[in-house]
Write a protein that binds this ligand. Structure first.
Ligand code: FMN
Length: 157
């Protein structure tokens, strides 16, 4: 059973925050230790503890991460910490109207974390705001399969 999940939120107008709140409730109900933190003041030190991380971030500008995630992703790029022991899932919020940069904020985190050696569990969930579906509902459905994958990976250790 997955024991500890830290959800990291990159958001501008709160959708990713809602996703985090919904998942925190669900994970908590499954007896998982869960903590949700905004990326605002994060440094790479957040990856110091054991457990699994879930990145949940939207996309702004020309495919950028939201403002509150900018310093964090830049500190990862410049310090390039060794994250070989880190596993993470990824929820990217975007809008297909921005066809050239759909969900690029989440994809940027994926690239940077992979470059640091971290291992992604499962496929990226990409939510399309123009689809009319609620990101927190899609994320809750997605998280069921993702948690199973996490259990499988953890029990193979
Ligand atoms: C000014 C602006 C720029 C955006 N740029 C992009 C983009 O380049 N690519 C994308 O996939 N979505 C883009 N989006 C859509 C947001 O990422 C999407 O609405 C998301 O759900 C917002 O989540 P948040 O409230 O957590 O910030 C943009 C939205 C706004 C308002």
């Amino acid at each position: 059973m997955t024991k500890q999940i830290t959800i990291l939120i990159g958001t501008m107008t709160g959708n990713a925050q809602l996703v985090g709140q919904e998942l925190e409730l669900r994970f908590d109900g499954e007896g998982i230790q869960v903590e949700t933190v905004d990326m605002d003041k994060l440094t790479p030190d957040i990856f110091g503890s054991d457990g699994i991380y879930l990145i949940c971030t939207s996309t702004y500008g020309q495919g950028d991460v939201p403002d509150n995630a900018r310093a964090f992703i830049e500190s990862l790029i410049s310090s390039k910490p060794n994250l070989k022991k880190i596993r993470y899932g990824l929820i990217a919020l975007g809008d297909r109207t921005y066809a050239e940069t759909f969900c690029f904020g989440g994809k940027r985190f994926d690239e940077v974390l992979q470059e640091c050696g971290a291992e992604r569990i499962g496929d990226i969930l990409m939510h399309d705001a123009s689809s009319g579906t609620m990101p927190e509902e899609e994320a809750a459905d997605w998280s069921e399969g993702w948690l199973e994958l996490c259990d499988r990976v953890m029990s193979a250790d």
